[in-house]
Design a protein around this ligand. Structure first.
Ligand SMILES: CC(C)(COP(=O)(O)OP(=O)(O)OC[C@H]1O[C@@H](n2cnc3c(N)ncnc32)[C@H](O)[C@@H]1OP(=O)(O)O)[C@@H](O)C(=O)NCCC(=O)NCCS
Length: 179
């Protein structure tokens, strides 16, 4: 007899979960000697950690937390001759919502359209389509993201946050044990 009971449902959910854990397609885009890849093995975590550790939004983030965040995100790694020169990552359920964060191009490579191309690759990724909402936070790059349809919050009063800006300077911000 077919099992429609609780156990069956749990098994079904278990199977779905293991499906979901499979890596999303490791997409790549090439242009004029540059590569954007979603393959985390091609990331240079030293470059990412050094930039983010000095950035205005993640100042002081410990390298172990950077590594953990990369492990649990869909990453967009910008390379020139196999050296990493830029980065962006998406935190997502691959179904309804995406958070775009940690976008940067190293200073010596800016102003050539690479940041725009990086965001374009993110927005074109086949597994990031049809979301009800994308979100991001930026201090001054609004005009970059406006070109991809981002707008100020239409109803800021419905959003809340739990914000701990000094977390990386406290012991709470150094808890990067494996999960
Ligand atoms: C933002 C950043 C990724 C842009 O990279 P880039 O390669 O220099 O950008 P591009 O050459 O593709 O140009 C970006 C476009 O956005 C526009 N723009 C708007 N605000 C900008 C800003 N604060 N910084 C850079 N570009 C900005 C530029 O004018 C340009 O548009 P245009 O081509 O229509 O003139 C890069 O400046 C950077 O790493 N900045 C420091 C980190 C940062 O602030 N990241 C964003 C956090 S949300």
């Amino acid at each position: 007899m077919e099992n429609h009971g609780r156990t069956g449902v749990i098994q079904e959910h278990g199977a779905a979960r293991s499906q979901m854990k499979k890596s999303p397609a490791l997409k790549e885009w090439r242009r004029d000697g540059y590569l954007v890849t979603c393959d985390p093995a091609k990331a240079d975590l030293n470059v990412v950690a050094a930039f983010l550790g000095g950035s205005y939004w993640a100042k002081g983030i410990p390298p172990a937390l950077v590594r953990r965040s990369v492990e649990h995100s869909l990453n967009f790694i910008l390379l020139k001759a196999q050296a990493q020169i830029g980065f962006a990552r998406v935190i997502t359920d691959f179904a309804t919502i995406g958070y775009l964060g940690d976008v940067f191009v190293l200073p010596e490579h800016r102003g050539q359209g690479l940041g725009k191309w990086l965001v374009e690759c993110v927005m074109q990724h086949p597994e990031l389509q049809g979301f009800r909402r994308w979100i991001l936070a930026t201090l001054d790059a609004h005009e970059l993201y406006e070109q991809f349809g981002f707008t100020p919050l239409s109803r800021p009063e419905v959003f809340m946050e739990k914000f701990d800006p000094n977390v990386y300077a406290s012991p709470r911000g150094h808890q990067a044990s494996p999960i």
